[in-house]
Write a protein that binds this ligand. Structure first.
Ligand code: NAD
Length: 441
């Protein structure tokens, strides 16, 4: 099938690669000329595992193309996916100008019927609004589908290749048939396809992200409580997860949830409810708990240094909002960094993938330096905060760390390192909901 995908970001690009891998002829459309130029050369614009090889193969095979020209991208296409951003606005509602802009542009460009599929995360009612917009600019029939994306950054390509479920929200029989044809190869292994109304599909996405955000907030607050009570939350969470009603997936604790989705989607869910006079209390509470959690690691650092970290050199491992991505949008690591700067610390940071983004973000700020390795950032540091769960931070050479650091004081808010290792090396080690390791005098 000939397919167009508008938006070549974290969602659009892996989706395009995957559809092309199934033999479809895929053209991606983006307004960013630099991105399109780079992608046409077969070079990914985002950090995702497996993407460089897969992208190159598809571009070389000749069934994955990139353009800034809507006409070129849409000609002959049976379906167009909309995967542009829906960023948060001041009142919590998502900014819909990109999605609606795409709907109008598609309506004005197509010369024959095409199925319009929204992959972007959009508030309930968007499918109907997209239908109204296209109908206002063309007489050509454009059936609309809500097909939310559930992939996670860091495993995006694998997730789109093997989706946990495929949600299709539409009232149109024709659109449903096109979707089933496109997704049939994905369900050979038994992944479910859930067909429903557009409203239900749109809400499914928000409720899924909201649920995961609630779960993480609950676990993160549990870790705080464990610290205060003197329990070890790693033991607690494992034993909790043994209950099949709870399960052991996604039970890890951290410095807060972030990224480009959970924060804005939780805000949007609260906003969608508020518009109808309904107060979505659990969602609001999860969000509030998260804001507090993000400040926990820096406040522990402050407390360790007696409330004053002015002039202290703090090293930071991790800048991306989670491992295996270069995405720093609403990253808890960045929140920690900014708080440390606000309190007067000097920060040296390292991340295996997000350094380019970080250097751009902090250009000209001489309070922040970046180093090429996790050990180089420790040079002369008074403390280290571990903020992102990269594998390479899990089993460090503690001897080397002690040589590089001014004082071996570690705040591991991802619980990556074994406290026993820290005890053996006589290091001050605080983690997220586990007893503090205090060095012998
Ligand atoms: P992104 O910012 O990485 O990418 C969006 C792309 O759209 C950019 O390349 C931008 O240049 C392009 N664009 C914007 N306006 C355009 C237009 N008018 N025409 C053509 N291109 C245009 O965004 P993302 O992270 O891929 O997210 C896209 C949507 O998918 C959002 O609604 C998001 O909530 C949702 N989503 C994201 C994830 C994720 O993990 N990132 C997961 C599931 C769903």
């Amino acid at each position: 099938m000939k397919v167009a995908i508008v938006g070549t970001g974290y969602v659009g690009l892996p989706t395009a690669v995957s559809f092309a891998e199934h033999g479809n002829d895929v053209t991606c459309i983006d307004v960013d000329e630099k991105k399109i130029d780079q992608l046409n050369r077969g070079i990914p614009t985002i950090h995702e595992y497996g993407l460089p090889e897969a992208l190159r193969q598809r571009v070389e095979a000749g069934n994955l193309h990139f353009t800034t020209d809507y006409r070129e991208g849409l000609v002959g296409a049976a379906a167009v996916f909309c995967a542009v951003g829906t960023p948060e606005t001041a009142d919590g509602s998502p900014d819909m100008k990109y999605v609606y802009g795409v709907a109008e542009k598609v309506g004005k460009t197509v010369t024959e019927s095409i199925v319009f599929i929204t992959k972007s995360t959009v508030p309930v009612g968007t499918a109907r609004e997209v239908g109204r917009i296209t109908a206002s600019v063309t007489d050509i029939e454009i059936p609309v589908v809500s097909n939310p994306e559930f992939m996670a950054e860091g495993s995006a390509l694998e997730d789109v290749r093997h989706p946990s479920r495929i949600v299709i929200g539409t009232d149109s029989d024709e659109a449903r048939e096109v979707m089933l044809e496109l997704y049939r190869p994905y369900v050979r292994n038994g992944y479910p396809i859930r067909v429903m109304s557009p409203e239900s599909a749109e809400l499914t996405k928000y409720m899924s992200n909201g649920f995961l955000a609630n779960k993480t907030s609950f676990m993160n607050e549990g870790a705080t409580l464990a610290r205060l009570l003197g329990a070890d939350f790693e033991d607690v969470r494992r034993a909790m997860g043994d209950d099949p009603r709870i399960g052991n997936k996604n039970m890890y604790v951290g410095p807060g949830w972030g990224g480009s989705c959970f924060p804005k989607d939780s805000q949007s869910l609260v906003w969608q409810a508020r518009r109808l006079g309904f107060d979505f209390k659990t969602m609001r509470a999860a969000d509030e708990a998260n804001d507090i959690k993000m400040m926990e690691a820096p406040s522990r650092v402050l407390e360790y240094f007696g409330g004053d970290i002015r002039g202290k050199k703090v090293a930071l491992w991790g800048l991306a909002f989670k491992k295996n991505t270069d995405d720093m949008r609403v990253s808890p690591a960045v929140e920690i960094l900014n708080k440390l700067l606000e309190e007067g610390a000097i920060v040296s940071a390292f991340d295996p993938a997000a350094m380019d983004n970080a250097q751009q973000a902090y250009q000209g700020d001489d309070r922040v330096t970046f180093s090429k390795s996790k050990y180089d950032v420790l040079e002369g540091a008074d403390a280290l905060v571990i903020a992102t769960d990269w594998e390479e931070f899990t089993n460090p050479d503690v001897g080397e760390m002690k040589i590089r650091m001014e004082s071996p004081v570690i705040f591991d808010w991802r619980n990556l390192i074994d406290p026993e290792l820290m005890r053996k090396h006589n290091v001050y080690y605080e983690s997220n909901g586990r007893p503090v390791v205090v060095p012998n005098a």
